[in-house]
Design a protein around this ligand. Structure first.
Ligand code: SF4
Ligand code: SF4
Length: 67
């Protein structure tokens, strides 16, 4: 089963991955990361298809996709 892991402390909270996910599985967290940004978080890894669109748009290379 596919899944993603977001490095929350690398993320700058731009939200590109939130918009890019066709399954609407990524949210912005409510707690700041170590850099002082609200980072992205995976809300529902069970429905991830592994399409990697989220990782492709991330300017900070903070998302890893596992298939
Ligand atoms: S790999 Fe695809 S389905 Fe999975 S979280 Fe990223 S954009 Fe969404
Ligand atoms: S695209 Fe990357 S930097 Fe932007 S919110 Fe998503 S994980 Fe964070």
């Amino acid at each position: 089963m596919a899944k993603i892991i977001i490095d929350r402390n690398r993320c700058k909270g731009c939200g590109f991955c939130v918009v890019a996910c066709p399954k609407d599985l990524i949210r912005i967290d409510k707690e700041l990361n170590i850099q002082g940004y609200l980072p992205a978080m995976i809300a529902d890894n069970d429905n991830c298809t592994g399409c990697a669109l989220c990782a492709e748009v991330c300017p900070d290379v903070a998302i890893e996709v596992y298939k």
